[in-house]
Design a binder for this molecule. Structure first.
Ligand code: C5P
Length: 234
């Protein structure tokens, strides 16, 4: 496995993001750019983070009509991101069009098509939140349902919580990549994360990539924190 650490650049501005990215790039596999940073810094931040040599995971969680999502994914592919997220509850047609948008833009530009990751049930939602939007299932069964629908539509990757890794591994094709936040090295602060797993346990359970934010960017020495996590995996 190559370096599975994705550092979440959860900072509000380009300058802070680039300082962090340049400091830790040699010790990590990718950087996650989410809504806060992308909306404040613009698409240029993707290029500047790519210049550190690391891959970029653009976490904008697209969810719209199929045509709009296909075009958004095509634009992200032109920006040369390596991973991006879409909401699986947009349905299989939307997911198929997302894949087409990536493949078509990849062909036109010569960039590699990004790995499109499906988001199932947000971990902020419990059963009563699902009921409110007329989903009368437990979060666990809805996660499995959406994951199978999404991989049936052709997706080759999903974002999931640590506790979902093992049940998803039981039902999904082995080729499907699982990307997991909620990772905490032993002894680090959990913050607002309620169900956490150590990096080594998550990889052992079947995660391919680990999204790690505060344990790296809020550490006194972010590069050393990333290297220690990498060492714990070997
Ligand atoms: O700082 P921390 O390691 O908790 O950061 C985790 C990152 O993963 C954040 O960017 C957070 O938004 C994201 N994330 C998460 N839980 C989810 C989905 C995404 O923590 N279910």
């Amino acid at each position: 496995m190559k370096n599975p650490i994705i550092v979440a650049l959860d900072v509000p501005e380009a300058s802070a993001a680039l300082t962090l990215a340049e400091a830790v790039a040699p010790a990590v596999g990718a950087f996650k750019i989410g809504k806060e940073l992308f909306v404040s810094a613009g698409p240029d931040i993707v290029k500047r983070v790519r210049d550190t040599g690391a891959a970029v995971f653009l976490d904008l969680k697209f969810h719209d009509i199929p045509n709009t999502v296909a075009k958004a994914v095509a634009s992200a592919t032109r920006l040369d991101v390596q991973m991006l997220t879409v909401h699986t509850c947009g349905g299989s047609t939307m997911l198929e069009r997302a894949l087409e948008g990536a493949n078509e833009a990849a062909e036109q530009t010569g960039n590699e098509a990004p790995l499109i990751l499906g988001v199932t049930v947000l971990t902020s939602m419990d059963e009563s939140d699902l009921n409110e939007v007329s989903v009368n299932k437990t979060p666990e069964s809805q996660v499995i349902h959406l994951a199978q629908m999404a991989t049936g539509a052709g997706l080759k990757g999903l974002v999931c919580s640590p506790k979902e890794i093992a049940p998803l591994r039981e039902v999904l094709p082995a080729e499907v990549k699982l990307v997991t936040p909620g990772i905490r090295p032993a002894g680090s602060e959990t913050g607002d994360q309620k169900r956490v797993m150590s990096p080594a346990d998550a990889v052992q359970a079947g995660a391919d990539w680990l999204v790690i934010g505060r344990p790296i960017y809020a550490a006194d020495h972010p590069r050393e924190a990333a290297e220690a996590i990498l060492d714990s995996l070997n």
